[in-house]
Write a protein that binds this ligand. Structure first.
Ligand code: 8GP
Length: 833
């Protein structure tokens, strides 16, 4: 139904059309109105949380006004749009970001003050939106910010999980998981109950011959689950664009209950059906860099891909264009292989529902999709068992087989004498059971495949996807090095530093053109500037020290060197290397004379991150960190020389406190294992130095900021395979310093040694896959260099300023422009007309 109001009646609409607040007064009016009406509170019972809700609602109104105009503008200009499909969007908090992006934080601060509240306390009321695990999900969130800021017509599509990533509690040193029910009073989403899509599962395929003799495939039976849209407005910084993040929620399709079953007295089964449907979008899988092949996960993937594609196709069909124009209107980016079924689904829509020929359809499909790979870890590569796919998505399996058939025929033509290559590149792995290799399907169905840092993209081409480079040529494979949004990770997280930089550079333009930071190098020797810079770091460390005291009870000295490693806990990221290094430091301190100790730089080792609930070794590492913390922190003999802090429940809003407060941060994955890493960028952008391996984006950070400004250590990626091979054949020598650390653990210094046996034996007896022992000496030696460098505060400060000045490359604005130019072929919208 066309719901548009006819022109003669639009006058009243124009007169009363909602407008956004622009001053402190107007903000106060909106805030009080929301508190008194929407929230039904008053000045007699308005607590901080109500103040937060009212403020959020006032800003939400502003966003929705811009959101409406943006959608209108994008529909009118009818340009090509980008759709970013990601199972994870790790957004964190929205209020502070909204205030800063629409440029009204001062109005809000003053307005809240007038009404009796401190803006910081109000902001702190917000629950993080934690619909992601780690880097991949946070990258998607940074991308949304940049796409809106740069005025790209872009949508995010994801799942509206009822439970985000679990909350982590530490009990007796062990991680305990608590469900994160985050949806109560979430003011940032708009339910669109009128936008629903029916999604089919199971059933069977009937192949029918039509009058012309063509075989038509019809997917019948099975069950239907309904997808309901929830929209989250994404405001750009300093621009009119507010884009949309559409999250799908699952619901039983026949309303609340199956009333027939209900009336027949089968109450339980009616409720069970409903619950089974709602289960699809109930939980985020809490694994980072690990796939477990669970049916519910596959259901999530198809549910979300099918709903999103239906939405995209519906929007395209409204323009009444020919199907051949689809790739000129639509670019779809696959954030890892999780949305690969979208390729199959689009092919299905085109041939089964729209009646296109296979080749014509496939040509449209491949021009539409791009695929980003985030990891080379074998355990993270998705494979789905053929029987599972057959049962859940019978028609899709047929299409996958057809895609594979045509692909293998083309490979055979190209390499007629190579039988081996066919089995190597086949989408179907000939195992028991057979498996569908999703990465191969994603490559074959996309026109571009990219990795997330240079080394990573090179490794993809030379190892995992080597055969595909031979088949398609090198042009299909490219690199787009990751970035982070400077709005959240500099301006919002570190307002004092952002203000100082703006003062020096004559404005905040650097926030939308980060390369302008390079002008800071002119001030490296500016005394006053240096003092302010250093003072800001001290204040940020003080803020973190207070946070640590409030949350752990431990007092840390803010003049100590703050050494931080925060990220998901994973053997490849090597938090075990870190904690063994800390134990080595502790043992060294204990053996020192009082005289020697005087020369020691006091250090606070701060580690935080979640382990996947089923990842036992990662949980063991957390346990060890907490045991070491308990022993070291109460050792009066050591005092401030060493403190060890485990930050519980690390998340985006905690990262905003932690990143600006580090002196040094650790990015110490085994070379060749980390796709890119993005926290390395956040830390350097905030004036912290880093210690790291030659891995992921560390290499490019080094190239930008200069070798003298980073502490690199460890074996190179090219040597890893050989070392592993040698270990496998028994050629392994435990590093003598590490041996001492193990002696201490085995001697019970950190509680029952049995708890840590497996951690030690993975290194000593099982081949040390992550090369902890091989890199240990280099690691502790380099930490010695960090200590020495920190003693010279003047030079340290120069390194800090120079590094920030050279970080311009690592903005997601640069990243998004690269995707837009070389993968999506889309232009930003001119919003000033
Ligand atoms: C991560 C990579 O490990 C990291 O190096 C990279 O910076 C980031 O993606 C963004 O590109 N990968 C994941 O977070 C990941 O694989 N997550 C799984 C939950 C899907």
């Amino acid at each position: 139904v066309e719901a548009s109001i006819p022109e003669p009646l639009r006058e009243a609409w124009r007169k009363h059309s909602a407008s956004e607040f622009k001053t402190k007064e107007e903000f106060e009016k909106e805030l009080v109105r929301h508190i008194e009406t929407t929230l039904a509170r008053s000045l007699y019972n308005c607590d901080e949380h109500a103040a937060y809700s009212g403020t959020a609602l006032a800003f939400r109104d502003r966003l929705i006004i811009e959101w409406n105009r943006t959608q209108q503008r994008q529909t009118l200009t009818d340009q090509k749009r980008v759709y970013y499909l990601s199972l994870e969007f790790l957004m964190g908090r929205a209020l502070d970001n909204a205030m800063l992006n629409v440029g009204q934080k001062d109005s809000a601060r003053e307005g809240l003050k007038d009404l009796g509240f401190r803006i910081e306390d109000v902001i702190n009321q917000e629950h993080d939106a934690a619909l992601g695990n780690g880097g991949l999900g946070r990258l998607a969130a940074c991308f949304l910010d940049s796409m809106a800021t740069l005025n790209y017509p872009a949508w995010g599509y994801g799942l509206r999980y009822r439970y985000g990533i679990f909350k982590q509690e530490i009990v007796d040193g062990y991680q305990v998981e608590i469900p994160d029910y985050w949806l109560d009073n979430n003011p940032w989403e708009f339910p669109r109950h009128e936008i629903t899509v029916d999604i089919q599962f199971y059933g069977r395929v009937n192949n029918i011959q039509d009058v012309s003799g063509k075989i038509v495939h019809s997917w019948e039976g099975g069950e239907i689950v309904q997808a309901v849209a929830y929209d989250v407005p994404i405001p750009g910084f300093g621009t009119k664009t507010t884009n949309n993040l559409r999250l799908w929620s699952s619901k039983a399709s026949s309303g609340e209950f199956d009333f027939q079953k209900f009336n027949a007295g089968d109450y339980e089964s009616a409720v069970a059906d409903q619950q089974r449907a709602e289960t699809i979008s109930a939980v985020l899988y809490p694994n980072d860099n690990l796939e477990r092949g669970k049916e519910l996960r596959l259901k999530q993937q198809y549910f979300w891909c099918a709903a999103s594609l239906h939405d995209i196709v519906r929007r395209f069909k409204k323009t009444k264009r020919a199907w051949s124009e689809f790739p000129d209107q639509v670019a779809i980016q696959l954030n890892d292989t999780h949305p690969t079924l979208a390729i199959v689904e689009l092919q299905r829509i085109l041939i089964d529902l729209e009646g296109l020929e296979w080749d014509e359809a496939w040509n449209i499909v491949t021009k539409t999709f791009g695929y980003t790979n985030h990891t080379v870890l074998p355990e993270a590569l998705e494979k789905w068992s053929v029987p599972l796919v057959q049962n859940l998505l019978p028609r899709h399996l047929q299409i996958i087989y057809d895609i594979n058939l045509y692909f293998l025929q083309s490979v055979e033509k190209k390499f007629p004498n190579d039988r081996e290559i066919l089995s190597r590149v086949s989408i179907i792995e000939e195992s028991h059971p057979k498996m569908v290799r999703m990465a191969y399907l994603a490559i074959i169905g996309s026109h571009k495949v990219n990795g997330v840092a240079e080394l990573h993209s090179d490794l993809l081409k030379s190892t995992l996807f080597k055969d595909f480079v031979a088949i398609y040529g090198p042009d299909r494979f490219m690199n787009v090095t990751n970035g982070v949004t400077p709005r959240r990770w500099l301006h919002q997280a570190n307002p004092a530093l952002s203000a100082l930089i703006a003062k020096k550079l004559g404005g905040h333009e650097f926030l939308t053109d980060l390369t302008l930071l390079d002008n800071l190098e002119n001030f490296v020797d500016d005394k006053e500037f240096r003092a302010e810079w250093s003072n800001i770091k001290t204040q940020n460390k003080l803020r973190l020290a207070n946070f640590i005291q409030q949350t752990t009870g431990y007092k840390v000295n803010p003049t100590s060197l703050f050494d931080v490693q925060v990220k998901r806990i994973h053997e490849y990221k090597r938090q075990q290397l870190n904690i063994f290094g800390v134990i080595h430091r502790y043992l060294t301190l204990k053996a020192m004379s009082a005289e020697e100790r005087k020369k020691v730089v006091p250090r606070v080792s701060i580690i935080g991150g979640k382990a996947a609930p089923g990842y036992w070794m990662a949980k063991t590492i957390i346990h060890l960190i907490n045991k070491v913390s308990a022993v070291v922190n109460q050792d009066a003999d050591i005092g401030d020389l060493l403190k060890v802090i485990f930050i519980e429940d690390y998340n985006v809003s905690k990262a905003e406190i932690i990143c600006p407060a580090s002196d040094i941060s650790e990015h110490i994955s085994t070379a060749g294992t980390e796709g890119s890493g993005t926290s390395n960028m956040k830390f350097v952008m905030n004036g912290g130095l880093i210690i790291g391996t030659c891995d992921g984006a560390n290499i490019e950070i080094t190239r930008e900021i200069g070798e003298q400004n980073i502490f690199l250590f460890g074996n190179l990626a090219e040597d890893v395979e050989d070392l592993r091979h040698r270990h496998f054949y028994g050629d392994f020598q435990l590093d003598p310093h590490l041996a001492k650390v193990f002696e201490a653990i085995k001697g019970g210094m950190f509680g029952d040694a049995k708890n840590f046996e497996a951690l030690i034996s993975s290194i000593v007896e099982h081949g040390d896959y992550y090369l902890v022992s091989d890199d240990f000496n280099s690691y502790i030696t380099t930490h010695g260099m960090v200590d020495e460098a920190f003693k010279n505060q003047d030079e340290w400060l120069a390194k800090s300023i120079t590094s920030v000045a050279r970080m311009g490359f690592f903005s997601t604005d640069r990243v998004i422009n690269e995707y837009a130019d070389s993968i999506w072929n889309v232009e930003p919208l001119n919003v000033n007309e």
